[in-house]
Design a protein around this ligand. Structure first.
Ligand SMILES: NC(=O)c1ccc[n+]([C@@H]2O[C@H](COP(=O)([O-])OP(=O)(O)OC[C@H]3O[C@@H](n4cnc5c(N)ncnc54)[C@H](O)[C@@H]3O)[C@@H](O)[C@H]2O)c1
Length: 355
């Protein structure tokens, strides 16, 4: 299925309209330019941002002001909408409803939403309108992480029994909205890792978490240190650390987080730039080839997957309903934190057993 205007055209012929021409939109536009994707329009409520994007990226049609999203959707060249407005409900929901009303397929930036209830609302709105809806969960499309996925599929390290992902850096920027809400690093940043491990291992059955806030940053409202453990029905266990309050010099900052996956017959160690695969029998160490980086290549690969899915008439990877599983992990982590680290079953959030 596809939006009424773009059905069955080749992926690179589908016209992209970008709503929200802020910081991360520049990474999207850079990535799309490198891949030769057709960006036909942009919109932002802020005239300065709109004009800046027109000048920098030469967008054919740019709309500014409170009605900009509706105007963009009305352009006949727009087949697909890329929503990069922040994920807080009061900003994102009106834009998603506008695009749904126009009957256009859309993707939204990660995280889909800050809470499970808000994410269900977005998925429900798109489904009610019958439009394809997905999340630009770009971690899933990082070239090195695709190579890890292939190694897992090939099965060389045997059955995985443990993984860990660690991000260790400092976020001390006085940002207009990041860190200003009650939920911060787990909802907004660990979501990259939750999506990645969902892609690799499927949904966990229980989630437990602890969080902390760096007391030296009084303007932060949310936690900037989150430690989450995930347990799976087949016995796999994982640990995801997002420590964005580290003042030392031994960094593993985003996008250089370190990933370790241990299996019965070997181990994978990776960052977004390189992958090492160690096997036990025979004892070997390999480095699968990795071409490209997280920024901006993963953003281009993510959009290309969406366009290809639309063109082929199949559901895209990271579609909204699938991504509800990722948001359920976020919700479970905050519930666990609020209840002293109690392991929270995912079915407490979703109302059903893991697939
Ligand atoms: N690695 C990543 O994938 C990554 C990195 C950074 C940010 N993000 C996500 O991207 C989103 C945006 O972050 P950002 O840093 O670019 O924010 P930003 O504030 O710099 O940009 C958002 C833009 O949206 C515009 N906007 C808001 N409401 C609008 C509306 N109704 N119509 C048109 N424009 C509207 C704002 O004016 C602003 O220019 C967030 O959800 C964030 O989590 C993802």
């Amino acid at each position: 299925m596809c939006g009424s205007r773009g059905s069955w055209r080749a992926p690179k012929e589908l016209g992209i309209g970008v709503i929200g021409l802020g910081d991360i939109a520049n990474t999207h536009l850079e990535a799309y330019r490198r891949l030769g994707l057709a960006v036909v329009a942009g919109a932002d409520i802020d005239p300065g941002r709109a004009e800046g994007a027109r000048a920098r990226w030469g967008l054919p049609h740019v709309f500014a002001g409170p009605d900009a999203a509706r105007q963009l959707c009305a352009r006949p060249e727009v087949d697909v909408v890329d929503i990069t407005v922040p994920h807080y409900r009061e900003w994102r929901l009106p834009v998603v409803l506008e695009v749904a009303r126009a009957g256009l397929p859309m993707q939204v930036q990660k995280p889909m939403a800050q809470t499970y209830a808000e994410a269900e609302e977005l998925v429900g709105a798109a489904e009610a309108a019958g439009v394809p809806f997905r999340v630009n969960q770009n971690s899933v499309f990082v070239p090195a992480f695709r190579a890890v996925r292939q190694e897992l599929l090939d099965g060389g390290i045997g059955r995985p029994y443990y993984y860990q992902i660690e991000n260790r850096g400092l976020w001390a920027m006085d940002h207009p909205h990041f860190g200003r809400r009650q939920r911060w690093i787990i909802a907004d940043m660990a979501v990259h890792h939750f999506a990645l491990v969902q892609d690799w291992f499927g949904p966990p059955s229980t989630v437990a978490a602890m969080g902390a806030r760096d007391p030296s940053q009084p303007r932060l409202s949310g936690e900037n240190l989150g430690v989450v453990t995930l347990r799976y029905a087949d016995g796999l266990q994982g640990l995801i650390i997002n420590n964005w309050s580290y003042r030392g010099s031994r960094l593993r900052a985003h996008a250089q987080e370190e990933i370790v996956i241990q299996g019965e017959r070997g181990a994978i160690t990776a960052t977004s730039r390189e992958v090492e695969v160690a096997s036990l029998q025979p004892q070997t160490v390999r480095h699968p080839e990795v071409t490209g980086a997280w920024f901006p290549d993963a953003f281009g690969a993510s959009m290309l997957e969406f366009l290809t899915a639309l063109s082929e008439g199949r559901p895209p990877a990271c579609h909204g309903r699938d991504n509800l599983g990722v948001i359920a992990v976020i919700e479970a982590a905050y519930r666990s934190m609020a209840e002293g680290g109690r392991p929270v079953a995912l079915r407490e959030i979703t109302g059903r057993d893991a697939a």
